[in-house]
Design a protein around this ligand. Structure first.
Ligand SMILES: CCCCCCCCCCCCCCCC(=O)SCCNC(=O)CCNC(=O)[C@H](O)C(C)(C)COP(=O)(O)OP(=O)(O)OC[C@H]1O[C@@H](n2cnc3c(N)ncnc32)[C@H](O)[C@@H]1OP(=O)(O)O
Length: 184
C-alpha cells in the first residue's frame, strides 16, 4: 500500500514566527481546561496529556496509554490516539500563535500498534498559515522522544473569534478574554 501523503500544506502558506507571548522552551503548559478530555485533570478516563514547550517552536505532549484507552485487548484505540493528536496539535497552534482556533480537519497515519503501558511522545509543529487557516503536523514516537514513529498526523485549524465558544458552547463570556486560556 502506498503511503505517499498528498502535498502538505495543500495551499501556499506563510511561516509565522511564534507570538512574542508564546511560552518559552521547557515551560510545562498544564491543562488549558480542567474538563478537557485530552488534557484536563478532572476527567476520569481522559487522556491526561502532559504538554510542554519544546525547542525550535515545537510543542511536546506525552500520552501514557492505560487500560482505559483500549480498543483491542492490550492495544490503544485508534480514535483515542487521533484525539491525543488533536489535543497536541491544538496546543501547538494555540500556544505558539496565542490565537483561538478549532480543528477543521485531522488526518492520522497509524504506522505501528500502540500497546497499553506505553507512552506516546508527540512532537507538534506549525507548518504554515494562510489567512485564518493554520496547518500543523506531528509525529508520535513510542516510549522515547527518539523512539520509533507509531503515528503521524496533519491538521488544519481555523482561527475563530472568542465568540465561537460562547455562541456554540457554554463558555461564560466573562471568562473568555484574550489573555486567558480557553477551551477551543
Ligand atoms: C487564545 C490563547 C490560546 C491559549 C492556548 C490555548 C491552548 C489551546 C489548546 C487547545 C487544545 C484543544 C484541541 C482540540 C481542538 C478541538 O477539538 S476543536 C473542536 C472540533 N472542531 C470543531 O468543532 C469545529 C467545527 N467547525 C466549525 O466551527 C467551522 O466549520 C469552522 C472550522 C470554524 C470554519 O467555519 P467558518 O469560520 O465559517 O470558516 P470557513 O470559511 O468555512 O472556513 C475557513 C477556511 O477554512 C477552510 N476549511 C474549513 N474546514 C475545512 C476542511 N474540513 N477542509 C479543508 N478546508 C477547510 C475553508 O475552505 C476556508 O478556506 P478559505 O476560503 O479561507 O480559503
Amino acid at each position: 500500500m502506498s503511503r505517499v501523503p498528498p502535498k502538505w500544506p495543500p495551499v501556499e502558506v506563510e511561516h509565522p514566527a511564534p507570538h512574542p507571548d508564546a511560552p518559552e522552551q521547557g515551560t510545562k503548559l498544564g491543562p488549558h481546561y480542567a474538563h478537557c478530555f485530552g488534557c484536563g485533570d478532572e476527567t476520569e478516563g481522559g487522556l491526561h496529556l502532559q504538554t510542554e514547550c519544546g525547542h525550535d517552536a515545537t510543542i511536546i505532549a506525552q500520552f501514557h496509554v492505560t487500560d482505559a484507552h483500549q480498543g483491542a485487548p492490550g492495544l490503544a484505540h485508534g480514535g483515542l490516539l487521533a484525539c491525543a493528536f488533536d489535543e497536541a496539535l491544538g496546543s501547538t497552534v494555540g500556544q505558539l500563535l496565542r490565537k483561538p482556533a478549532v480543528t477543521g480537519k485531522l488526518e492520522t497515519d497509524f504506522l505501528r500498534p500502540v500497546p497499553v503501558g506505553s507512552t506516546l511522545h508527540i512532537a507538534g509543529k506549525l507548518d504554515g498559515v494562510a489567512g485564518r487557516k493554520v496547518y500543523a503536523s506531528a509525529d508520535g514516537r513510542l516510549d522515547a522522544p527518539d523512539g520509533p514513529i507509531a503515528l503521524r498526523a496533519r491538521a488544519l485549524f481555523v482561527i475563530v473569534d472568542f465568540s465561537h465558544f460562547t455562541e456554540h458552547g457554554t463558555a461564560d463570556p466573562r471568562d473568555v478574554h484574550p489573555d486567558r486560556d480557553i477551551n477551543p
